[in-house]
Design a protein around this ligand. Sequence first.
Ligand SMILES: CC1=C(/C=C/C(C)=C/C=C/C(C)=C/C=C/C=C(C)/C=C/C=O)C(C)(C)CCC1
Ligand SMILES: [Fe+2]
Length: 467
Amino acid sequence: MQSSKRLRDGTYLRNGPGLWDVGDYGFRHLFDGYATLVRVSFRDGQAVGAHRQIESEAYKAAKEHGKVCYREFSEVPKTENFLSFLGQMASLFSGSSLTDNSNTGVVRLGDGRVLCLTETIKGSIVVNPDTLETVSKFEYTDKLGGLIHSAHPVVNDTEFWTLIPDLIRPGYVVARMEAGSNERRFVGRVDCRGGPAPGWVHSFPVTENYVVVPEMPLRYCAKNLLRAEPTPLYKFEWHLESGSFMHVMCKASGNIVASVEVPPFVTFHFINAYEEKDEEGRVTAIIADCCEHNADTSILDNLRLHNLRAFAGQDVLTDARVGRFRIPLDGSPFGELDAALDPEEHGRGMDMCSINPAHVGKEYRYAYACGARRPCNFPNTLTKIDLLDKTAKNWYEEGAVPSEPFFVPRPGAVDEDDGVAISMVSAKDGSGYALVLDGQTFQEIARAKFPYGLPYGLHCCWVPRDK
Ligand SMILES: CC1=C(/C=C/C(C)=C/C=C/C(C)=C/C=C/C=C(C)/C=C/C=O)C(C)(C)CCC1
Ligand SMILES: [Fe+2]
């Protein structure tokens, strides 16, 4: 590894769908792939890499039987006859046919356990960050139930916040889990204002005192869960007429302190949220930022494998921006949603974001994400967003596909952007490398080549060596 600056010792872990073939059958959507975990461990200026499949029940069954056995994002097991179809329906309601393919996120819990996650609660899987071995299922010991949850809990050294959508009585349960525990505790409930089902909550943000619950018009759809063939919006439906809302819950009391109607939006990833205060220090509003797809669900279609393979180099990636919500706490019925900076700054591509973890829930200035250099059919740049100056710095290499730039602060850092952004890049020739960018200048500090190419991946975490 070539490096001019010493990197902090620790392990960068990345999760994501990495295997899209079962026997001679090929999956259709990026999100269907069986989870592949990648690690790059930095020690004394050297980098060592490895990758391994997560041994979910869904993956093991597919390997053993040579076919899809659980319901994935766009795939359902093929039924041979009417009786097995009835069996499938029954298992759907019990949740036993839902996938545990933990292919979305990876987080380090406050007690040091490393957890891989997806949209299903049963898809919470503990892994060993050194060997990448699948250790066990993460069993929640509480009685909160639910089959699905937000794939992105908000985690820090002391706690874990999660959202559990309620498809029967449309709403969301907000729950909190102490570090070191497996027991989520009920904090409060949000009733949906629109319908017929809750909006998809892939992620949500928190501030120091509040949990922000988004309700977007892209809503879960029980009917689509039952279908054998994928629908245009998979397990979801678009209900523009149902309205879009942002709810704010007090962390301490579980009370709803604001529930406002906002312009329609589509987001999978919230970037951060914080409390806006007046001169007397009173909280006047909540600011919540997200990667917003201009209220257009087409990104889901963009990410079908056929489209990713067919349109390389063509300008078909749909536009996205940093969407900034302002949710007033004075009882006003409406909130605002605007672009936080001119989307041209990042080529109108925006997703897969991270920030300095010390700023989660607090005022912040910088976000790291994937943007676009047009023409492209997939986000192809790494971008550092300055929300104060409303500018972006972009890293680009012709033909390369970088994944989420994960920000790791320098120990003892004072400046918010004092640290590095780590990404794994698939190069034009199919090879792959870990890339380390200076968090301030956004210039390359180091790259470590993998001896083989790696699939695209989604979300990351950092496991410091000293912990
Ligand atoms: C929601 C239900 C299910 C599973 C859903 C899954 C596995 C969703 C995965 C979503 C992901 C990985 C979203 C990532 C978004 C990334 C974007 C927009 C990136 C853009 C480009 O940069 C089932 C378990 C199938 C059934 C119950 C419902
Ligand atoms: Fe995600």
